[in-house]
Design a protein. Structure first.
Length: 363
């Protein structure tokens, strides 16, 4: 794990430069933010297939006979019930119930579990997990951070499965890997871990592999007319799908119950860290989804009711190419907002109020 302040490059950095990607600093890395236009890249994923270099994400392995039990104490979701080969999305909390990070747990086997954590929280997560390990009564497992050994590609869109079957030959048929599952496989006789997960709202796959394999995969994908996509389109796609992002909908100051993630909190007799606090917690916030016919809501913008009272603020907002409207997720204060009472709500953009439409489902 690198601890200096110098920006790191992924193994695919030179490939991004060749494609004239716009590079920006992100989570300690020099990352491609876009190649052509955000709209074009979003539409490629919604209607075809795109590939993202997400090698900045961190990979922590838990291995041994107590691996499954340990991870079950670490996160709020139930890790024991899902079978081998399943992927489980979950927050990871402190004793007081606030969110350290949200991550995906990949149950490769009962004794081999991969935790894929957010790049910006890498060091914080590692420190927390290591401390939990030191204090755990479970001892028969090893914890290793292999982030510097892995690259990660996300292949997303309705054509993603055909790319893995026909172009990459990683899968033989679509049923080889169902949604939110993981398996060990190979590409050009090199080992890879392939998961049917993603962050776009579309069907998709994520491939964990060596850096050299990632370069070979990228080259094959680009030659197969898979659209390279950057972080900007990735953020728009996840917001259209209403997926939370750490630092926006999730943070050190809120619990999963404040951010629409009650479904990920499986109470199970004080087995996970923060369970006691969450059991008695009365949420302060509610996460709602809104769209604007005019104006673009941005993070931090105030949200008001008909009486001009501030009831919340935008946590994430953008212009959606898919519905051609401004869209946002908003934290509203539960004691100030009622869906039944607040028939009209407004976003304040440069001192002007824009009426918002409430959405029950993803955009």
């Amino acid at each position: 794990m690198s601890t200096d302040n110098k920006l790191q490059k992924t193994a695919l950095y030179e490939e991004h430069i060749k494609l004239n990607a716009k590079i920006v600093p992100f989570a300690g890395y020099e990352m491609p933010v876009q190649y052509t236009s955000v709209k074009e890249e979003v539409n490629s994923v919604r209607n075809g297939v795109g590939v993202f270099d997400v090698s900045h994400m961190a990979e922590i392995f838990v291995e041994g006979s107590d691996a499954e039990g340990f991870v079950d104490t670490l996160v709020t979701n139930d890790i024991i019930t899902p079978g081998i080969g399943k992927a489980i999305y979950s927050p990871m909390c402190r004793e007081n119930g606030t969110v350290i990070d949200d991550l995906i747990v990949y149950k490769i086997s009962k004794e081999k579990i991969l935790l894929c954590v957010n790049a910006a929280n890498h060091q914080k997560d590692w420190n927390h997990i290591s401390q939990v390990k030191n204090n755990s009564s479970l001892k028969n497992f090893q914890l290793t951070d292999r982030s510097e050994q892995y690259s990660l590609l996300a292949i997303q869109g309705p054509r993603a499965s055909s790319v893995l079957i026909d172009d990459l030959k990683i899968l033989r048929q679509d049923s080889d890997l169902i949604y939110y599952s993981v398996k060990e496989a190979s590409y050009n006789n090199q080992p890879v871990i392939v998961a049917r997960t993603g962050y776009t709202g579309e069907d998709g796959f994520e491939i964990f592999c060596s850096h050299q394999t990632a370069i070979s995969l990228w080259d094959k994908l680009i030659k197969s007319n898979v659209t390279p996509c950057g972080l900007a389109s990735r953020d728009v796609l996840r917001l259209e799908a209403c997926f939370p992002l750490y630092g926006h909908e999730l943070s050190d100051d809120v619990t999963p119950l404040d951010s629409g993630l009650k479904w990920t909190v499986k109470f199970r007799n004080n087995r996970f860290i923060g369970e006691q606090a969450l059991h008695s917690y009365n949420p302060k916030y509610q996460l709602i989804k809104i769209s604007l016919d005019k104006g673009i809501p941005r993070e931090g913008y105030q949200v008001e009711n008909e009486n001009g009272e501030t009831i919340g603020k935008v946590t994430s907002g953008t212009m959606s190419p898919s519905i051609n409207k401004g869209i946002a997720m908003v934290h509203v204060e539960k004691n100030r907002y009622s869906k039944e009472k607040d028939k009209k709500i407004f976003v304040v953009i440069r001192d002007k109020k824009y009426e918002a439409s409430l959405h029950e489902k993803a955009f």
